[in-house]
Design a protein around this ligand. Structure first.
Ligand SMILES: C[S@@+](CC[C@H](N)C(=O)[O-])C[C@H]1O[C@@H](n2cnc3c(N)ncnc32)[C@H](O)[C@@H]1O
Length: 291
């Protein structure tokens, strides 16, 4: 198909293979996200909304605006192309592992957890619930930083307000402990309790960048269901940057379909999608810690 041929006839906006390729390059360079050919429809539908909102008539003009580095539109463009699916206690087998690790290190030093693709917040709030359930009063030793590239999802995360169905499968006792049900205009919504919200600092960070503004050493990194959007070289680049941040006995949690075999010099699988540093890097980090 010629690059300027419309991908599908009869649509509101003319969208060609060339437009798709431009989008593909931009989001890859900016966020590391690799879009496969099968994402053409998704890209059209998500970016059409941006064209309507901005009143821009063609993809060509819209993409030229981005190429001129319009900061606000870059943010909206990026937010449009991320996939933010998440839930409370997603991949629940990870949380007992986290609890066990917290027990092991409690009282030894301040504890730092990082949730690196926090989306709308369910994952870091689940981490915070695990911290409170495991450490009780000692939870005050723990700080949690939750970051994401997408500024829109971070707003939801900070507010901590969700439709009730998001917690319908959770243990009622846990719901009672950690959520408040909305009344009046907030009927049908729940809010995570202040105690949990106070435990987490939410802010934007792009995994592709080299400085995430974190204070090492970190005891735990959650990096779940985001690496799947990146190609192997991008994943490896990110994993390399995790190494000097992680404590020698720290843990890295990955998503169910993510495996870091290609980084086996850096990380070793220690359980179902839970990684630790390899002996070589543990020793390096240990030496650095004792300095
Ligand atoms: C599918 S969600 C996963 C959410 C959560 N970690 C989980 O497993 O339920 C993927 C998240 O990664 C974020 N993301 C995508 N590219 C990113 C990047 N370059 N830096 C940081 N976050 C990114 C998206 O905005 C999205 O919120």
């Amino acid at each position: 198909m010629a690059d300027n041929t419309e991908l599908k006839a009869g649509r509101e906006f003319h969208f060609t293979k060339k437009d798709f390729e431009r989008v593909r390059k931009m989001i890859y360079d900016h966020a590391g996200i690799s879009l496969s050919d099968s994402k053409q429809e998704l890209v059209y539908s998500r970016l059409s909304r941006r064209l309507r909102t901005t009143g821009i008539q063609t993809f060509d003009t819209y993409l030229a605006l981005l190429e001129s580095n319009d900061e606000a539109e870059w943010e909206a463009f990026t937010n449009s192309l991320t996939t933010n699916l998440t839930s409370f206690f997603r991949e629940p087998h990870h949380f007992p592992v986290l609890a066990e690790h917290l027990q092991k290190i409690r009282g030894k030093h301040p504890i730092s957890l990082w949730c690196s693709a926090a989306s709308t917040g369910e994952e870091p709030y689940t981490m915070a619930m695990t911290v409170l359930d495991t450490l009780g009063r000692d939870a005050s030793q723990v700080s949690i930083v939750a970051t994401d590239l997408d500024t829109k999802v971070l707003e939801t995360a900070k507010a901590g307000v969700y439709p009730e169905e998001r917690i319908s499968k959770l243990d009622p006792e846990l719901v009672k402990r950690y959520f408040q049900r909305g009344t009046g205009a907030q009927e049908g919504m729940v809010r995570v309790r202040q105690e949990l919200r106070d435990m987490i600092t939410f802010r934007q960070a792009n995994l592709l960048h080299s400085n995430w503004g974190l204070r090492p050493p970190l005891d735990v990194i959650f990096c779940r269901n985001v690496m799947i959007y990146f190609d192997k070289p991008t994943q490896l680049g990110i994993l390399k940057k995790f190494v000097p941040l992680l404590r020698s006995d720290g843990l890295l949690f990955a998503g169910h379909s993510e495996s870091f075999h290609h980084a086996d010099e850096l990380f070793k699988l220690r359980g179902k999608t839970v990684y630790e540093l390899t002996p070589k890097y543990k020793a390096i980090r240990k030496a650095e810690e004792s300095r």
